[in-house]
Design a protein around this ligand. Structure first.
Ligand SMILES: Cc1cc2nc3c(=O)[nH]c(=O)nc-3n(C[C@H](O)[C@H](O)[C@H](O)COP(=O)(O)O)c2cc1C
Length: 130
């Protein structure tokens, strides 16, 4: 049904932004370096960019919770794979991640109760310099 329920939040050293696809622009959500909150592993704070995939369940209100979760997970998989393909073409390193303190990060990026973090994805420069 083309709900387009996945929003992409972008955490950099400067702040957290919501990517607005139609305008191709970033909207400021929180100032400051919150990259370390996007995962429970040390390396995430060093990646230049951490993407956070957030399902907006208000766009899928007719579906059951099980269906919402299934579509949101599948759609996030497609999006993150496209990020992998871009990173491969641009010589960037990337890791899709689920090991996240979801309540803490949800609060930091000011999510509503019907917005759910599905996965995060670090993008940066590999140590090998490839
Ligand atoms: C759904 C999903 C969740 C993952 N969560 C994490 C994670 O939280 N932290 C992590 O270091 N790797 C996580 N991984 C594994 C990495 O994304 C990656 O597959 C693994 O590091 C091997 O990558 P490489 O072949 O590029 O070295 C996850 C993978 C998937 C598919």
């Amino acid at each position: 049904m083309n709900r387009q329920e996945i929003d992409i939040y972008v955490a950099t050293a400067k702040g957290v932004y919501l990517y607005e696809a139609k305008q191709h622009s970033l909207k400021v959500i929180a100032a400051g370096d919150l990259r370390g909150l996007t995962g429970k592993q040390d390396y995430v704070k060093d990646a230049a960019v951490n993407l956070i995939y957030v399902a907006d369940y208000s766009k899928m209100s007719a579906a059951s919770d099980q269906v919402k979760e299934f579509y949101a997970a599948a759609d996030t998989g497609f999006i993150s794979e496209n990020v992998y393909l871009y990173c491969a073409s641009a010589g960037l390193a990337t890791v899709v991640r689920a090991y996240i303190d979801i309540p803490q990060l949800s609060k930091a990026i000011k999510l509503r109760a019907d917005q759910k973090i599905i996965l995060a994805q670090s993008v940066g420069y590999g140590k090998s310099g490839r």
